[in-house]
Write a protein of this length. Structure first.
Length: 307
């Protein structure tokens, strides 16, 4: 296999130059990072969460640093699917990297409508953010309720020909059960994990730091949890896993591959180093050379566990 092919992977029919994608919500729509790295050289661009209508996001403080990570409660601020399709997609689809659209709905039906709207040229796949409030069901997050999660996946599958990637929430009792449920419902791949729920308090004012009180914890602090969940799920499902959660180096990414992920996504680290996705891919390639491996697929799931 040629050196340039060492990193090539295919996830649910999506061919990628490298196994390193960008995590939704940390890379904008991709073009914001074009001054820092060649967008043609990354595995895939996963755009920020897109909703049916424009959203202004949550009021107040939206981001707070924590030891080894950050909390965020952005509130899915985005210009809405119409603007994305008319103004943003025509620009970003010119890049060779596949465009994956992360999407969020407030009802099962809304997910179906979004899926149909995004079933267009230039969109390689959709990633379902099921960790948002299910408005019609009293605020339960789709991603923490097995029946709701499967209903969303089935609705989306019925309304698109694109591969469907389901982003799993770690805020569940049994992540393997959720993974098996969405696989049975027709998911083509799983991305995991979404953020853990956390909070921060200002002891001077005795008030929450975040305007939303609670937010999503991401960054290196969540990596051990994410890695454990990827390993557990990889033992149970047959569909590919895109591992994420605290990846900040090629060594981190290689751990996820060994644990069973077929590809990885870099999220919070983009804020620290906007060229990190390319650097992680380069590091993986060096590791493959050092270990006389011809393709990254030879790493996937090769964790040696004493039994």
């Amino acid at each position: 296999m040629k050196q340039k092919d060492m990193l090539t992977v295919e996830i649910a029919g999506i061919k990628m130059k490298t196994p390193v994608m960008t995590g939704s919500g940390t890379f904008g729509f991709g073009e914001e990072y074009a001054d820092f790295l060649d967008l043609n050289e990354i595995g895939a661009i996963v755009v920020k969460g897109t909703t049916l209508l424009p959203r202004s996001g949550n009021p107040g403080v939206r981001i707070a640093e924590t030891p080894s990570g950050m909390l965020n409660c952005i509130g899915l601020e985005n210009p809405g699917v119409d603007y994305f399709l008319s103004d943003i997609l025509p620009r970003i689809k010119q890049y060779r990297a596949p465009i994956i659209v992360n999407m969020s709905g407030s009802s099962v039906e809304e997910y179906g409508v979004l899926a149909k709207r995004l079933d267009v040229d230039g969109v390689a796949a959709v990633e379902l953010n099921i960790s948002c409030p299910n408005v019609r069901e009293g605020g339960i997050a789709f991603g923490t309720n097995r029946d709701s999660a499967t209903a969303v996946v089935r609705e989306v599958k019925a309304n698109t020909k694109k591969p469907v990637i389901v982003k799993l929430s770690p805020n569940v009792t049994d992540i393997v059960d959720m993974a098996l449920a969405v696989e049975a419902a027709g998911a083509d791949a799983i991305s995991m994990i979404n953020t853990l729920i956390g909070m921060a308090i200002d002891i001077k004012t005795q008030r929450p730091i975040l305007g939303n009180v609670i937010g999503g914890l991401s960054g290196p602090a969540v990596k051990p949890v994410a890695l454990r969940m990827v390993w557990q799920v990889s033992q149970a499902v047959k569909i590919p896993i895109i591992g994420m959660g605290g990846i900040a180096s090629s060594e981190d990414a290689i751990e996820f591959l060994l644990a069973g992920a077929s590809a990885v996504a870099v999220g919070t680290a983009n804020f620290v180093n906007p060229a990190i996705a390319k650097e992680v891919a380069d590091g993986i390639q060096e590791y493959l050379k050092d270990h006389q491996l011809s393709n990254v697929k030879e790493l996937v799931g090769q964790l040696k566990v004493n039994k």
